[in-house]
Ligand binder design. Structure first.
Ligand SMILES: [Zn+2]
Length: 505
């Protein structure tokens, strides 16, 4: 008997230990009052301007258990159904929370560049309720199941909004179906690849044959491939560039090193494989999404052609391409360096036109911060500085401020920033204020002006590298709700990080 009893001990020890670990883990789960600045399970949000898929209404949204359970118009709302807690936002706009499908949070491995806590707090302050983290700029890059596990661990209890993840398609895994399948099984929402050097050593570039392979695997999962579309070409008749040369401080020098023909070449090549995504094609079910389009001329024409031919293709652009123009960028001001580059004002107007006409499907931040030292702000060398624009917390006022002269509507904002991104990322319960959806909501005042300076409490890290410093924008975010939790309210965040990692099933 004794022998048996002691023999069981080695089995019991891990069992007891795991029970305690389970207990500790669950007892540290934050309470609702830590997750939300308005800790009620059942309440209403009312406003004169609620943006739903069927139009903008005056009325109220009922929230219970983190979901939207009813949306009612003013007349019905004034009846006897009003019960429970109410937050009345008056004339402020109540819109679906923004979904940013393109952000680099650099965690784990380069959290000093950004990190999950600061990046998701800044996002919450900007009305972003979900973001999809890119597989690179963190270390290791998310190109294997092992790296993906590290990513999820790093996100655990450190994210203030919901976060999904793209995996990486790189030469090392592109022809290895089981490697790609295992990362997709583990829950990445799709894959991302580069057609030019990414600037990150463990994220090498792919060519059309890698992309073709990737699409055939993605077809089975009905998930998208996102592609950075630039291919390096000979720089025709261009002067030899020396890193130390004086003209390295000039923006026009940088612009010449990444001409629109690079985007065009990449897109032309991509479209030779996207034919497979047509109905009846070899990769039917897969989808190709071109990230951060900057060239609104021939590249865009090619995309339009592919769409009309039935290819499953979408394209995004970013607020910085819609706000800035090459003519305005001062020499040495490397805050504006990104790839593909910001082009001339005429191109910017064409981007707006394409967005308004629906040829550009959606917007994303391409938030890509780094430490200020790597931006070389003092030196101002455009050829050596880190490329990437940061400031995801301003994407809503930037889009609104620069879009007003083109006559953009609240409905279009919700489509570009919520509905279309939700479809791309396969987020069924997000992207619209509708019954049954997650209560992911931004409340903002389009008319209120905002001076962007480094004292703003919504600058969470490295304000000096923000390209928007010194600008005056229209549109102030008052409140952000994620699954019913009021995570941000006028400069304050809920104390606990209650965002949820989103894994594809
Ligand atoms: Zn990016």
């Amino acid at each position: 008997m004794d022998y048996l009893r002691w023999g069981l001990l080695p089995l019991l020890v891990p069992l007891i230990a795991s029970f305690f670990l389970f207990y500790i883990k669950n007892s540290t789960k934050p309470s609702q009052s830590e997750c939300s600045l308005f800790p009620h399970d059942h309440y209403w949000i009312s406003s004169k301007r609620i943006v739903t898929s069927d139009g903008t209404i005056s009325g109220a949204v009922e929230i219970q258990g983190g979901n939207i359970i009813s949306v009612v118009e003013e007349g019905d709302w004034q009846g006897n159904i009003r019960r429970g807690q109410v937050i009345d936002y008056g004339e402020a706009v109540v819109m679906p929370g923004l979904i940013d499908v393109h952000a680099h949070l650099d965690d784990p491995g380069r959290a000093e560049w950004e990190g999950f806590p600061s990046g998701t707090r800044a996002a919450a302050a900007g009305g972003i309720t979900t973001l999809i983290d890119m597989p690179l700029n963190s270390f290791p890059s998310t190109v294997s199941v092992e790296a993906f596990k590290l990513k999820i661990e790093a996100a655990e209890q450190r994210i203030y909004i919901d976060v999904g993840f793209w995996g990486g398609l790189v030469p090392e895994n592109a022809f290895n179906a089981s490697a790609l399948e295992s990362i997709l099984e583990a829950g990445v929402l799709g894959l991302k690849s580069f057609m030019c050097p990414s600037g990150i050593n463990d994220f090498p570039m792919t060519n059309a044959s890698h992309i073709k392979e990737g699409l055939s695997i993605l077809a089975k999962y009905k998930r998208p491939l996102l592609v950075h579309a630039e291919i390096q070409q000979e720089l025709e008749g261009y002067l030899e560039l020396k890193d130390g040369a004086d003209d390295a401080r000039s923006y026009s020098t940088y612009l010449k090193t990444r001409p629109a023909s690079w985007e065009e070449a990449a897109i032309r090549e991509l479209l030779t494989v996207t034919k497979d995504t047509r109905t009846g094609g070899h990769a039917e079910g897969a989808h190709l999404h071109i990230v951060h389009l900057s060239d609104a001329r021939s590249s865009l024409d090619l995309i339009k052609e592919a769409k009309s031919g039935g290819d499953s293709v979408t394209v995004e652009t970013c607020p910085h391409y819609l706000a800035f123009s090459a003519e305005e960028i001062q020499d040495g001001d490397t805050r504006f360096k990104c790839a593909p580059p910001i082009r001339d004002a005429a191109n910017r107007a064409k981007l707006w036109e394409a967005l308004m006409d629906g040829h550009i499907d959606m917007l994303s931040s391409d938030h890509s911060p780094t430490v200020p030292e790597l931006k070389l702000l003092d030196d101002g060398n455009f050829l050596k500085a880190w490329g990437g624009i940061s400031s995801l917390q301003f994407v809503l006022p930037v889009t609104w401020s620069y879009g007003r002269k083109y006559g953009i509507t609240l409905q279009q904002l919700a489509s570009w920033w919520s509905e279309k991104p939700a479809i791309l990322a396969g987020l069924d319960l997000k992207g619209a204020i509708a019954i049954g959806n997650h209560a992911d909501i931004v409340v903002w005042k389009p008319e209120e002006e905002l001076d962007i300076n480094d004292k703003l409490p919504i600058h969470l890290k490295h304000p000096s590298i923000s390209a928007y410093l010194g600008s005056r924008l229209s549109g102030k975010v008052l409140a952000t709700f994620v699954r019913g939790n009021l995570v941000y309210k006028e400069g304050r965040h809920a104390p606990a990080a209650c965002g949820v990692p989103i894994l594809a099933r």
